[in-house]
Write a protein that binds this ligand. Structure first.
Ligand SMILES: [Fe+2]
Length: 294
């Protein structure tokens, strides 16, 4: 059901039981700072927002993004050198830069992005939907003992899927959102390699369980795109993946709001688990290497 939001003359329609709302009745290219704060409030409530029929120009897209913080620059991906914070990704029938594995954007960085604002410029006739998962709910529906166990852990993330296994960061497995104060699970299939405080085998088992748990449909929203739609997601409490099931061209444009340091829901009480030299210690080399660099 569509509801008028008290702060804005717009219609807010929830589109799944877990997260996501479609918003109509506002032109994002003309929002004021006050309206942007109301949009931030809606984002805190729904985690991902969709605004159909926006068709923003690159400069409007950048101006809108700056209401929410400083934008990340992508010198290798940007359309032109004048707009390093604006980038476009084209993919053709499953080839190209398709993020078809569950992830939160660049969790391999020390300060992963806070928010992404993406415009679907050209979408295939069918397929190429995007799914998001509500990571608050994913955490809250774990059993209390599993929640307590995960809260004391941290995980090593790396950019191995992007050919840069040397780009690494360690983050809490459960983080607290600085605005909502809610706890969410912060490991993902794409970037997370190892639970720091567990052995390699234990880490593999826990990550296999958690990544399977995250991917359940009941935690998700699946969005069918139209050209001109803007999506905004909170990268701190959601994950997403693109369905690689389409033919034809899919073109997106996005700006990204720079990140913050994930805050642990509780301090870890264990040390990193590194085996002394043995045949099995090969599994600990990457973690050991990162800890030595710190
Ligand atoms: Fe992504």
């Amino acid at each position: 059901m569509a509801l008028a939001h008290p702060d804005l003359p717009l219609k807010v329609s929830r589109i799944s039981g877990s997260l996501g709302a479609e918003i109509r009745g506002i032109r994002l290219s003309q929002v004021t700072l006050d309206q942007a704060q109301s949009i931030q409030g809606l984002l805190n409530e729904h985690q991902v927002l969709f605004f159909p029929d926006q068709n923003m120009e690159p400069d409007e897209h950048i101006t809108f993004g700056r209401h929410f913080g400083e934008l990340e620059c992508h010198p290798n991906l940007s359309l032109d050198t004048e707009r390093p914070e604006f980038f476009e990704l084209r993919s053709e029938g499953g080839a190209g830069a398709i993020a078809d594995e569950w992830h939160s954007d660049l969790s391999c960085e020390a300060q992963p992005s806070v928010m992404a604002i993406l415009q679907m410029v050209k979408c295939p006739e069918v397929g190429g939907d995007t799914l998001w998962a509500n990571m608050y709910k994913v955490f809250e529906e774990l059993s209390p003992p599993m929640q307590a166990f995960c809260e004391g852990l941290s995980a090593l993330h790396d950019a191995h899927p992007h050919g840069r296994p040397d780009r690494m960061a360690i983050h809490p497995v459960v983080r607290t959102h600085p605005e909502t104060g809610r706890k969410s699970l912060f490991v993902n299939e794409h970037f997370t390699r190892r639970i720091v405080e567990l052995s390699h085998d234990e880490s593999e088992a826990l990550l296999r369980f958690l990544t399977g748990w995250i991917s359940q449909s009941r935690f998700n929203v699946r969005y069918r795109w139209n050209a001109g739609t803007i999506a905004i997601w909170d990268n701190r409490c959601t994950q997403h993946c693109v369905l690689n099931d389409f033919e034809g061209e899919r073109v997106i444009q996005r700006v990204t709001v720079m990140g913050d340091t994930p805050e642990a829901a509780s301090a870890s009480s264990w040390s990193p688990h590194i085996k002394p030299f043995s045949a099995l210690s090969r599994h600990d080399r990457q973690l050991q290497g990162f800890l030595n660099k710190e």
